[in-house]
Every structure is written in structure tokens, then in C-alpha cells.
Design a protein. Structure first.
Length: 176
């Protein structure tokens, strides 16, 4: 499946494995969290990068021990109205995780800017929307109202932009 990453459409070169799929000898693999728990020792010896599919029913604290070894975390969106992966993404970024964080599943182009603000940096895109729609969505907003935790290059918040050249505001005593 193609990916939207860094404002471009690219091919996903990760091999996604299920719970029982045989592990290839080499290459970048992404496995379900249950398999990561079960086969951690053999997965760390794999010749290639390691990623995990972390469902929105799991808690980030359970993943923290594995974070230094993970090059990719995939957070699935079972439906576009299920926002639990937004919270997980922000929590994962707050732990200091700085590698790829991918949104997968039922992701819509109009959600991309919000997802960027909480820390996602790649998105699985299906054939429901054209590549042009996804690219336009990735460039649509360069300003955010909230001061987000995670910023993409060139993204700023409205308050900072409005007050970039202003003198610092000094607290004034209240009348009365």
C-alpha cells in the first residue's frame, strides 16, 4: 500500500507479518504487538529494522521497554470516528520516541493535519482518494491553532506567528 510521508507518495517497503507468518531472513518487518511480546528475543536478532502494530486497546506504558529497538510504530484507525490512536500518538511522542509513527486503516485526508500535530509522520493511503487529494491535504495548513507537541518543518501556531515581532507583554496592575 502506498504511503504519504514527508509530503510525498512513496512505496511501503516494510513487510507486514501476522501472528503466525514465517519471518523472512532479512528485510524490515512489522509485527503485531502480541507477536512482539511472544517472540521478542528472536525478533531482535532479525537482520533488518523492526516495527510494531500497536492497537488502540493497549497502553503506551506496555510499549516503553521496546521503544529503543523499534524503527516504526503503526497505530491503526478501525474507523474514522475512533480517535484513540490520536491520544496514543501523543503519548508515544511524549516518551521521547522520535522514529516513524504511522497512521493506518480508516484514515481520511482531512484528518492529516490534526494527525501531524500529535506526532504522526506517515500515513497508509488506500485507493478511496487520489494521490493528488492526499498531497493537497498534507500541504493544506501551515498554521495550527493549538501549540502542538510535535511539529513538522515549516509548521507554526497562530499565536506565535501573530506575536513574532511583538514586544513581550508585561503584566499590568488591575484597576480598582
Amino acid at each position: 500500500m502506498p504511503l504519504l510521508k514527508n509530503g510525498s507518495i512513496i512505496i511501503d517497503d516494510w513487510i507486514t507479518l501476522g501472528l503466525d507468518d514465517p519471518k523472512p531472513d532479512s528485510g524490515d518487518i512489522v509485527v503485531p504487538y502480541a507477536r512482539l511480546l511472544k517472540e521478542w528475543e528472536s525478533l531482535t536478532d532479525h537482520d533488518g529494522r523492526l516495527g510494531v502494530i500497536f492497537t488502540n486497546i493497549d497502553r503506551v506504558e506496555a510499549l516503553t521497554l521496546f521503544l529503543p529497538r523499534l524503527a516504526l510504530i503503526v497505530l491503526p484507525f478501525p474507523s474514522f470516528t475512533d480517535g484513540r490512536a490520536y491520544s496514543l500518538a501523543r503519548q508515544i511522542r511524549e516518551t521521547g520516541y522520535g522514529r516513524e509513527l504511522r497512521a493506518a486503516g480508516n484514515v481520511l485526508p482531512d484528518q492529516v493535519q490534526f494527525m501531524l500535530q500529535v506526532g504522526f509522520d506517515s500515513f497508509e493511503i488506500g485507493d478511496r482518494f487520489t494521490a493528488e487529494v492526499w498531497l493537497k491535504a498534507s500541504r493544506q495548513m501551515s498554521l495550527a491553532y493549538q501549540r502542538g507537541l510535535y511539529r513538522t518543518p515549516g509548521q507554526h501556531d497562530v499565536w506565535s506567528e501573530r506575536h513574532r515581532e511583538a514586544e513581550p507583554w508585561l503584566e499590568q496592575p488591575h484597576a480598582g
